[in-house]
Design a protein around this ligand. Structure first.
Ligand code: SAM
Ligand code: SF4
Length: 365
């Protein structure tokens, strides 16, 4: 009976969310909800990834949000009926107030996720994150072998990642673990071996993301990133491999990318917009300095240090940015933006209701 009640609650929450997002996006009504908030809390990192430069010192950056500033988002998130706060960075576990923030958002009834490289997560930290109420942990792991991992992420960290996944899974109440894999020339031949390992670790989700040269990585030396981009002629094989892995995972009850996402993997490298992007309607992004924008393509925005988040998303300036999303013609297939946009696209939702529901259930906690 409790299971049925919780299923009904999730379905009704999703239906309400869907109607409100559509009315904001297509009827341009006043924003009443922002179901997801991507909140980056750190502009530093303990890894040295070749695909990302957040770890490089930037002496001119403004100060990161303080604990109080992060917690001051709560009333606005409650007013916007935000259901999921996804905390990332940089590396969020570098912040010692991470547990305080998680506990506060949980107290307000939100599901809280973190995106982490897991290098700093030992058993005690996994336990304290769980005690704070962490709902889902996304761990990045791009290669199944020690040397391959080190070549991509710049540190000898695979053992720590494996141990961290085990710490989360062996808690008295295990935390669901999702693995994020950035697909590049450095691991395109190791994806099946990586999937084998993740299945053995007992993870709940495994998702593949094409390496991007835009988004927050656009300040990087583009030539270096382009060397990591899979060759055009390799894309059909990569898609076929990921498709095979996805079928295997689905048969095992492990969440993964939508088939639509896999079929349009090259959208990361050439402009096509196979489904309308819901940036700014379904989700907003807040960077470690408090700037708010619909997605990483538009990194200048109003700041929560100046006005509350709900006032920002209702402002003329943000509305103009949201309209900019409709005309956006940049190559982008970031899973954090694309997958929710696919799954909230009505034709997709009607064709795959069970998949969408299962995915929502994992994320809503
Ligand atoms: C910027 S990281 C922040 C969270 C945390 N430090 C981590 O690595 O999981 C968020 C995600 O972006 C991925 N990422 C890094 N470089 C990327 C790139 N060039 N294109 C696409 N995704 C990338 C990471 O692997 C990770 O899954
Ligand atoms: S991808 Fe994550 S772990 Fe790697 S440098 Fe960027 S922020 Fe750090």
């Amino acid at each position: 009976m409790a299971g049925l009640w919780s299923n009904l609650k999730h379905i009704s929450a999703m239906a309400r969310m869907f109607v409100q997002i559509c009315s904001t996006k297509y009827l341009r009504t006043k924003v009443r909800v922002v179901p997801f908030a991507y909140l980056d809390v750190v502009d530093r990192c303990n890894s040295r990834c070749r695909t990302c430069d957040i770890w490089r010192p930037r002496p001119d950056s403004p100060p990161e949000l303080t604990t109080d500033e992060i917690l001051s988002l709560r009333p606005a998130l409650r007013r916007l009926k935000t259901q999921i706060v996804s905390i990332g960075g940089g590396e969020p576990t570098l912040r010692h107030d991470l547990e305080t923030c998680i506990a506060a958002f949980r107290k307000d009834g939100m599901s809280v996720h973190i995106n982490t490289n897991a290098l700093a997560i030992d058993q005690a930290r996994a336990r304290s994150l769980a005690q704070a109420g962490l709902s889902v942990v996304y761990v990045s792991c791009d290669h199944p072998d020690r040397d391959g991992y080190k070549a991509i992420r710049g540190v000898d960290g695979l053992n720590r990642v494996v141990a961290a996944v085990e710490h989360f899974r062996s808690l008295p109440e295990p935390i669901p673990v999702g693995i994020n894999v950035v697909v590049s020339r450095l691991n395109q031949d190791a994806l099946e071996a990586l999937a084998d390992r993740c299945i053995k670790w007992g993870v709940q989700k495994l998702q593949f993301i094409p390496v991007h040269t835009y988004l927050r990585y656009r300040e990087m030396v583009q030539a270096a990133l382009e060397q990591l981009t899979p060759r055009r002629e390799d894309l059909p094989d990569i898609k076929a491999t990921i498709g095979r892995i996805a079928s295997r995972l689905q048969a095992l009850g492990i969440e993964t990318n939508s088939r639509f996402y896999i079929d349009h993997f090259e959208t990361a490298y050439e402009f096509v917009r196979p489904v309308p992007c819901l940036a700014g309607s379904l989700f907003v992004m807040i960077n470690p300095f408090g700037d708010v924008f619909p997605c990483y393509q538009q990194q200048k925005g109003l700041n929560i240090r100046q006005m509350p988040l709900d006032a920002i998303v209702r402002s003329t300036e943000f509305r103009a940015q949201r309209r900019g999303v409709v005309g956006c013609n940049l190559a982008c297939w970031d899973a954090g933006s694309a997958e929710p946009s696919i799954r909230f696209h009505l034709p997709y939702l009607l064709r795959h209701p069970i998949e969408v529901y299962r995915e929502a259930r994992m994320h809503l906690g």
